[in-house]
Design a binder for this molecule. Structure first.
Ligand code: SF4
Length: 95
């Protein structure tokens, strides 16, 4: 169903005929780690993720799996390693 709260017109699984069913009843702005991601969009003067309602939660347990600006890998000890190389390569190509 299309959002009628913050991301007006965007299809969203949390939108229902009773309004937004996500925790708090609306989306949350992006966090610093989201900067550079291609899923970032501005709605009414604030910056949100076009794919997920709570960007901070996506980074709580390592790296966001939807992010387009980083490459995350898990090392042998189970630690998540974030490689921003993708972003710098993209910037070098002028995108
Ligand atoms: S996809 Fe992940 S990294 Fe990109 S804006 Fe959304 S929450 Fe942030």
């Amino acid at each position: 169903m299309k959002c009628i709260t913050i991301k007006k017109g965007v299809d969203c699984a949390f939108m229902s005929s009773n309004g937004c069913s996500y925790d708090g009843g609306e989306c949350y702005p992006i966090v610093e780690k989201c900067e550079g991601c291609q899923r970032v969009r501005e709605f009414e003067g604030k910056i949100y993720c076009n794919s997920y309602p709570d960007p901070a939660a996506k980074w709580d347990h390592g790296a966001c799996n939807f992010a387009t600006h980083i490459q995350a890998t898990v090392d042998k000890s189970g630690q998540v390693k974030i490689n921003p190389l993708k972003a710098s390569k993209r910037a070098a190509r002028g995108r």
